[in-house]
Ligand binder design. Structure first.
Ligand code: GN1
Ligand code: MG
Length: 364
């Protein structure tokens, strides 16, 4: 695959000839390679997972549009448009992607130098800044015309729809594993009604649709290696209309958890309320007053629903036989589901506390 990546790199307008390639293994979906040329220029080459993104050209059209827009804003703010957002490197034919002989879509970004990602935030101070960066990203995109965006994964955070998909997977039981996760199935089924909490309010108009990121894990923020502070929001594959509750929620699910997403010692898995508080504070500040009071009040519900949804997605994939998320061992998806459900249970216990935290940041 490395040789192939080097060969594919030559189809893009690079500075020099690709000579070195290293694989990056963090994402669960796309395949990612770091490319270096003989002139020392560095790039990120990715193969878009076509099983997940059925129309990769639409993904690229969204990303090209959004990053072009963000670059303008960054420039006007005196920032560095090549460091503070992704830069799409065009293919030799001027397209935003290259289609290989197997029908796989590849894309190239500039590598952001002196920057890193983290899988856990080491301090509340940093997590507050991450919250501000995601809030600010949301605020920046409030001026972007949502009607020009494709829905790259239909019903991505339609939790009710995801529950229906879970039920049909359970009925098919393609992997024959349903017997091995009875407790988890029961846990989820008891919470079916919770899946509607946000979806129904979007349908009734109580919650607005906004241009959102939809995958706000901490490791989708690049941090400046020198200052340690947030620099750019990356992984823009799922930027599309959605509720900001999901963006807030996904960041909490991942970054305010006391443990990794696949920690198997469940005693170690709980929501860190100080991290929740820090992120909420930063996020609301970053939003810059552009949202409704209902949205702010429902932030804890966003964290709850997205954690339930993510656990449900891992469980569904386990029952399907691991067809969606990259796994490192056979029970990986089940371990992830158990982990997420433990977080859900902890959020239920801490519900009042989380609501009180958010209440502090409502400006009347
Ligand atoms: C996937 O690509 P990555 O690892 O950032 C997934 C998210 C999940 C996440 C769970 C397109 O994100 O929705 O929350 O794994 N992305 C897609 O870790 O399905
Ligand atoms: Mg990612």
């Amino acid at each position: 695959m490395m040789d192939k990546a080097i060969r594919l790199a030559s189809f893009f307008a690079l500075d020099g000839e690709a000579t070195d390639c290293k694989e990056c293994k963090t994402g669960h979906i796309n395949s990612t390679y770091f490319i270096t040329t003989d002139k020392g220029s560095r790039y990120v080459l990715q193969m878009i997972n076509k099983n997940v993104f059925k129309k990769p050209d639409e993904v690229m059209e969204n990303i090209y549009g959004v990053t072009t827009y963000l670059k303008e804003l960054i420039k006007n703010n005196g920032g560095d448009p090549e460091r503070e957002t992704l830069t799409v490197v065009l293919a030799n034919d001027g397209k935003t992607f290259f289609l290989d002989e197997n029908g796989d879509t590849w894309r190239m970004y500039l590598f952001i130098k002196d920057a890193k990602t983290e899988d856990s935030a080491e301090s509340t101070e940093l997590f507050e800044l991450v919250g501000e960066a995601f809030g600010n990203f949301q605020c920046q995109l409030s001026g972007y015309d949502a009607s020009t965006l494709y829905e790259t994964i239909p019903n991505f955070h339609n939790t009710k729809h995801r529950f229906a998909t879970f039920l049909s997977s359970l009925e098919k039981n393609a992997s024959g594993r349903a017997d091995r996760c009875k407790k988890e199935i029961e846990f989820l089924c008891e919470r079916e009604a919770k899946c509607s909490l946000i979806v129904d309010k979007i349908a009734s108009g109580e919650l607005p649709l906004r241009v959102t990121h939809n995958d706000t894990k901490l490791n989708n923020i690049m941090l400046d290696s020198n200052t340690g502070k947030p620099l750019a929001v990356i992984d823009l594959d799922t930027v599309m209309p959605g509720s900001l509750l999901y963006d807030f929620g996904d960041a909490i699910r991942f970054g305010a958890s006391s443990a990794a997403e696949d920690e198997t010692d469940l005693c170690k898995v709980f929501v860190k309320t100080d991290m929740f508080d820090a992120f909420a504070k930063g996020y609301i500040r970053g939003l810059g007053g552009s949202v409704t009071e209902t949205e702010i009040r429902m932030l804890p519900a966003g964290a709850y629903v997205i954690t339930l949804e993510t656990g449900m997605r891992f469980l569904t994939d386990y029952i399907d036989g691991d067809t969606y998320f990259r796994t490192e061992y056979p029970e990986h998806n089940l371990d992830r589901a158990r982990n997420q459900f433990k977080l859900v249970a902890d959020m239920e216990e801490k519900e009042d506390m989380l609501n009180e935290i958010v209440e502090k940041y409502i400006t009347k």
